[in-house]
Design a protein around this ligand. Structure first.
Ligand code: AMP
Length: 117
């Protein structure tokens, strides 16, 4: 069940600000408030999806395509497309997901090493 009081839903409704990086009809990307790397941008669908599982079950092909293409666009806009980056989707309790609106983290701008956690 989607909880529309979550912080990303509030950003999408314009109730709280964000530092926007990219936007299209289906997708919004903005800077993480607590960056873990020189580049740390979040990419979210505008639709109400809790997780990657929920998103891939219910989203339209257009929404899924837009989100994946936004990853490439954000990497380019943030200048990490050539050097590389890490794409993360924390999912559920064991995945450490804190905000229950599906999002990708795109991290880069320095060598991130091989650690998973
Ligand atoms: P996760 O643990 O994958 O759910 O990640 C949630 C991310 O959202 C964390 O990296 C937070 O720093 C980030 N975050 C929380 N609130 C905000 C906000 N208001 N604006 C931007 N990023 C946020």
């Amino acid at each position: 069940m989607y909880d529309d009081s979550n912080i990303f839903a509030r950003i999408l409704r314009g109730e709280i600000p964000c530092k926007k990086v990219y936007e299209d009809d289906h997708t919004l990307a903005f800077e993480d408030i607590n960056p873990k790397a020189p580049v740390h941008t979040l990419i979210i669908p505008k639709g109400n999806y809790v997780s990657v599982t929920d998103f891939t079950e219910k989203a339209s092909d257009a929404e899924i395509a837009a989100l994946m293409r936004a990853v490439r666009k954000v990497a380019e806009l943030k200048g990490v497309d050539a050097g590389g980056y890490r794409l993360i989707a924390n999912t559920g309790t064991d995945g450490g997901q804190e905000v229950p609106h599906f999002h990708f983290h795109i991290l880069g701008g320095r060598p991130l090493g091989g650690r998973i956690v």
